[in-house]
Write a new protein. Structure first.
Length: 81
């Protein structure tokens, strides 16, 4: 009887393994179906960031120039004192 019960247990485990394998495949298929959308969203986000940086670059350059001018004036006024 022990051998028969062991064999039944092995068959039950194989059946469960088969079911888990089918669930895994279904989840993998779902994930693969979602990847193109995610890649498209990432690409759109990168494009938006590039546009944002392109639009802000002139402003940031002017700010840097203004900071350099202020430092030069402050340095000159401190040297004169």
């Amino acid at each position: 009887m022990k051998i028969i019960n062991d064999i039944k247990g092995i068959f039950a485990e194989f059946k469960e393994l088969g079911e888990l394998s089918r669930q895994f495949k279904a989840q993998l298929d779902e994930l693969q179906a979602q990847l193109p959308d995610d890649n498209r969203n990432i690409s759109d986000l990168k494009i938006s960031i590039d546009k944002f940086n392109f639009k802000n670059r002139p402003h940031l350059e002017r700010i840097s120039q203004a900071q350099e001018s202020m430092r030069a004036v402050l340095g000159k006024s401190q040297a004169d004192q």
